[in-house]
Design a protein around this ligand. Structure first.
Ligand code: FE2
Length: 378
């Protein structure tokens, strides 16, 4: 199974250019109102382990950051320590949310040159940092909304996270829930902006469109969104981009844009090898998921064919199933993990399928609309 997955991940995505070799997602940084408590949530409920910390105790005066890890997924939670400044402004405008999608690269200087040369707006010129564990080079560019990509070159570094952070290993630990890596990260952009941002990833980053959703498939009266998936050359980085579309009801993308005050990361899809176990544990720890109508399971096997799992636990947990030419996938979406109806997580287990659950869109959007109805934002 795992060899098959590696082989699939390494296949070259047609049309992608690898002037920007990306080794993987390095970290995802969220600006949050209270990083200490958010860290506890991601540790206690999601099974992430704290690995590094920066704050007053490490000589940082204006912010505190907790770094948590599970499998290859690294989350950084950052809060301001004083009034004013960019982090406060970001939180005031967007609520808690993803600021940085950091990409692990061979060469952060070259990544910066190649992308800015192709039109990316600079966020951070290349700079080197070092401590007793070695040195790293960081650089960064802007993407949709106020979200940025930071390029991380860490081949000469073996510390806990980055210079400026100290290793943090609390005695309190929680079992992981089996999350392995980030499968994809989805951006919501404004009306008619999907193509613009897909072109950005094509031109500036050398990405190619991976899956072409037929508009008719997803811009239904239920879905009210359009989506395209951009991928880098080795397929390790997949960024679906959504824009709102006219539908029977108010688009969930529009709701996001209103509460986030602009474009931003809508969901982080994290992969597991055992979705039934992962979701059971998350639920037992209080993580809330969207439920699907029971009727979804009445004919799902007619649609997707034979699967290895028993249907019963999938139905009990509300896990969705979809199939494409290469296999099938199991997926489920959390409710927003913040007070604003903005960011959420997807748990995904791929059994060969390389798509994103298009067949579940209708069932899923009906579920989201029920939640919107409760919030009075339809
Ligand atoms: Fe997704």
């Amino acid at each position: 199974m795992s060899t098959q997955k590696t082989a699939t991940i390494e296949k070259t995505v047609p049309g992608a250019e690898d002037f920007l070799p990306i080794l993987g997602t390095d970290f995802v940084e969220l600006y949050v109102g209270n990083a200490k408590q958010a860290a506890y949530y991601y540790q206690q409920a999601w099974g992430f382990q704290p690995v590094a910390y920066a704050g007053l105790e490490t000589g940082r005066k204006d912010s505190a950051s907790y770094v948590l890890q599970q499998g290859k997924i690294r989350l950084v939670l950052t809060s301001p320590l004083q009034e004013g400044g960019d982090i406060n402004r970001h939180i005031n405008k967007h609520g808690d949310g993803v600021k940085v999608v950091a990409l692990w690269v061979e060469d952060a200087r070259k990544s910066y040159e190649e992308t800015t040369k192709r039109g990316a707006k600079s966020y951070m010129e290349p700079y080197e940092m070092e401590d007793e564990h070695g040195h790293v080079v960081l650089s960064g560019i802007h993407t949709y909304g106020e979200t940025v990509h930071v390029f991380v070159e860490r081949k000469n570094y073996n510390g806990a996270f980055l210079p400026g952070y100290r290793e943090y290993k609390p005695t309190f630990s929680v079992d992981t829930v089996g999350l392995k890596y980030i499968d994809h990260m989805v951006g919501n952009v404004g009306w008619n902006e999907m193509n613009k941002w897909c072109e950005f990833y094509a031109k500036v980053m050398g990405f190619a469109q991976m899956v072409s959703f037929d508009d008719k498939d997803i811009s239904t009266e239920y879905s009210a969104l359009m989506s395209k998936v951009m991928s880098n050359g080795n397929g390790r980085i997949k960024f679906p981009i959504n824009e709102p579309a006219e539908g029977k009801k108010k688009s969930q993308i529009e709701e996001y844009i209103e509460f986030y005050n602009g474009a931003g990361v809508q969901h982080i899809a994290v992969a597991t090898d055992n979705i039934i176990e992962t979701v059971s544990t998350l639920k037992s720890r209080g993580v809330e998921f969207l439920s699907v109508p029971a009727v979804y399971y009445d004919d799902v096997l007619d649609r997707v064919g034979q699967i290895d799992e028993d249907l019963e636990p999938l139905r009990d947990l509300g896990i969705l199933i979809d199939r494409d030419d290469e296999g099938y996938l199991l997926q489920i979406f959390t409710k927003p993990v913040l007070d604003r109806p903005t960011m959420f997580f997807e748990i995904i287990q791929r059994k060969g399928a390389q798509s994103f659950g298009k067949g579940n869109f209708k069932a899923l959007f009906e579920a989201i609309e029920r939640e919107q109805e409760l919030r009075g934002t339809l």
